[in-house]
Structure formats: structure tokens, C-alpha cells
Design a protein around this ligand. Structure first.
Ligand SMILES: C[C@](O)(CO)[C@H](O)COP(=O)(O)OP(=O)(O)OC[C@H]1O[C@@H](n2ccc(N)nc2=O)[C@H](O)[C@@H]1O
Ligand SMILES: Nc1ncnc2c1ncn2[C@@H]1O[C@H](COP(=O)(O)OP(=O)(O)OP(=O)(O)O)[C@@H](O)[C@H]1O
Length: 288
């Protein structure tokens, strides 16, 4: 089975508090995008993983591998798989690259082995592997709460283009969260009502205005270069620009493809760039 595993961006990321186990309570609107990995899965006795396009481990530290092990544990069945990941999502970018693969594996094996697990059950299994998997299983546009395990579908965003801008350095998610400690965030919270209203009304101008991510504060501290990337995007006058997740990737929102291209071709800093659209689904079977 060949699966498209979409990446995500965070249109807004608010942090409500820290739990005793160190994880943070989120309030985040997430959006799946048309940039994604290709994950090919065949049933097998053992677990065999191959990654093309990135230097990643192929052992039990890989999120895709962990997903197979978690399904085995949850079902008690001798599930195995030969998996090839064609990596297109940049690493340590805040684009949920690892979680997208994990979600694709859970989704694919559920079908291949006729496990008949509901999305909520897959989500519960996935949340134990990484916090972005529940959203990745859902895809589209969603409000994500808890530490990432509570996913509430929102009407899919149908308009707009995003220019993704990924600096050559990554940011560790753990470090970005750790850096929040002791910071006064009272004035940094996003306007949640306004962002939900902009989405409900499909008002891209307002959506651009109210984009906000609390983790930008930490990321800028970890690597102040991020600021240059955001400024370059903002100087090209998109509807708005923001860092995604824990970074280091940023994105600019535009009304149409013409403006997205205008921005894309004028970016000068080193790194990767992509023009993408919102994607209305999660892992998608392209070929049985
Ligand atoms: C930054 C986001 O991408 C926003 O969507 C996610 O919150 C991170 O999701 P993720 O990379 O799937 O996260 P995990 O792999 O589960 O956790 C990585 C690290 O991030 C921190 N973490 C993650 C999620 C969360 N709600 N609070 C946290 O504090 C923890 O220190 C954890 O050790
Ligand atoms: N299949 C995978 N794809 C990408 N990274 C993986 C995978 N499995 C394990 N990892 C590990 O996870 C680390 C970070 O993963 P990822 O690229 O998903 O970060 P991210 O883009 O910051 O994601 P998020 O938005 O979920 O925080 C990588 O440096 C890598 O070592």
C-alpha cells in the first residue's frame, strides 16, 4: 500500500500550562498541508524499515517502527511490515515529519491486517508514541488540545497558499518547550476567538493577522537567526507569517498562487522552500 503522509503547520499555538510530567497543555489550530512523505507498506513477518531521502535510524527509535510495535502490543497480533519512507518533510522543522510517518503506518496496517480499529483507538495508541500523531491521523483542519491527544475537527480550510521556509538548522522540540520555563506569557497568548472566527468565515486576511505561536519566543532564543527568516517573509507582505510548531520552519500565508510565487522567488536566505496548499485529509491511500 502506498500512502501519502501529509505534514502539518500550526496556524496558532497557545500553551495553557505545564503538567507534572513535564508535558505542556496546548490549544492549537493545526492544518495538514500538501507537502508530505510517501510511505510504502507491505505485510511481512518481521519489521523492515528503509528510509530514502534522509539520514534517519531504521531501528526501534524510528517513529514508523515504533508504530508497528505499538500496534502489536495493542492487538496482541503478530503484525509485521516492510516499510519504505520517501522523506520529503524536512526534519526538526515543526512540521510533524516523524508523526506523519507514524500516523501513516498505523493507518496502513489497520487496513492491511483488517484490524478494524477506529480512528480514536489508533489515536490513543499513537499519542503514546508522539504528541502530533492524533492530529496527523485526522489531518485537515483541527483544534488540538491536551498534550496533542484531543483533536476536534474544524471545517477544512479550502482557500489560501502557504510558502514554507525552512532554515538549514533545526530546533529540538524538547528544548523549545523547556525554554518556556519562567517566562511571563500573559501578553503573548493568541486571540482564540478571533482565529476561530476567521477560520469559520474563511477570512484569510483576518487569519493572517491573528496567526500566533508561543514557541516562537523560545525558538528565537535558541537560534536568533529564525528572526531574520520571519522578517524576510514579512517584508514580502504576505497576509501573515509564523513559525510552525517548535520550528525551525516558518510559513507565510497568501491569498493566491501568484503572491505565493512572488514571495517564493524573492527569498534569499539559505534553506528549503515549498509552496503548499491546505490538505483536507490525513494519511491517504494512493495505491493498494
Ligand atoms: C510542537 C508541536 O509539534 C506542536 O504541534 C508538538 O507539541 C510536538 O509534538 P511531537 O514532536 O509529536 O512531541 P513528542 O515527540 O511527543 O515530544 C517531544 C518533546 O516535546 C515536549 N512536549 C511535547 C508535546 C507537548 N504537548 N508538551 C511538551 O512539553 C516534551 O518535552 C517532549 O519530550
Ligand atoms: N520517521 C521519522 N521521520 C522524521 N524524524 C524521525 C522519524 N523517526 C524518528 N525521528 C526523530 O525525530 C526527530 C524530530 O522529528 P521531526 O522531524 O518529526 O520533528 P519536528 O518536525 O520538529 O516534528 P514536530 O512538529 O512533531 O515537533 C528527528 O530528529 C529524528 O531523529
Amino acid at each position: 500500500m502506498l500512502i501519502f503522509a501529509p505534514a502539518k503547520i500550526n496556524l496558532t499555538l497557545d500553551i495553557l500550562g505545564k503538567r507534572p510530567d513535564g508535558y505542556h497543555e496546548l490549544w492549537s489550530v493545526m492544518q495538514a498541508i500538501t507537502l508530505g512523505d510517501l510511505v510504502e507498506i507491505e505485510p511481512a513477518e518481521e519489521i523492515n524499515l528503509r528510509v530514502v531521502g534522509a539520514d534517519l535510524p531504521v531501528d526501534s527509535t524510528n517513529i514508523a517502527y515504533k508504530a508497528v510495535l505499538a500496534l502489536r502490543a495493542a492487538t496482541g497480533k503478530a503484525i509485521g511490515a516492510s516499510i519504505t519512507i520517501r522523506k520529503k518533510i524536512p526534519l526538526e522543522a515543526g512540521l510533524a515529519g516523524g508523526s506523519a510517518d507514524g500516523a501513516a503506518v498505523l493507518f496502513g496496517l489497520n487496513k492491511i491486517y483488517n484490524l478494524n480499529l477506529r480512528k480514536e483507538e489508533l489515536s490513543e495508541i499513537g499519542a503514546k508514541i508522539s504528541a502530533d500523531i492524533p492530529f496527523c491521523l485526522n489531518g485537515g483542519t483541527a483544534l488540538v488540545q491536551g498534550i496533542g491527544e484531543k483533536v476536534k475537527k474544524l471545517p477544512p480550510l479550502k482557500k489560501g497558499y502557504f510558502v514554507i521556509y525552512k532554515p538549514p538548522f533545526g530546533i529540538s522540540t524538547r528544548e523549545a518547550y523547556l525554554r518556556l520555563a519562567g517566562k511571563d506569557l500573559t501578553k503573548a497568548h493568541p486571540d482564540r476567538e478571533k482565529i476561530l472566527k476567521a477560520l469559520a468565515e474563511e477570512n484569510l486576511e483576518d487569519l493572517g493577522k491573528f496567526l500566533k505561536n508561543l514557541l516562537e519566543i523560545s525558538a528565537w532564543e535558541i537560534n536568533p537567526e529564525i528572526y531574520k527568516y520571519k522578517n524576510e517573509l514579512l517584508n514580502l507582505k504576505p497576509l501573515g507569517a509564523l513559525m510552525s510548531g517548535s520550528g525551525s520552519a516558518l510559513f507565510a500565508l497568501t491569498e493566491n498562487l501568484k503572491k505565493a510565487k512572488e514571495i517564493y522567488y524573492q527569498l534569499t536566505l539559505p534553506g528549503q522552500k515549498f509552496i503548499v496548499r491546505p490538505y483536507a485529509a490525513g494519511p491517504t491511500c494512493l495505491k493498494l
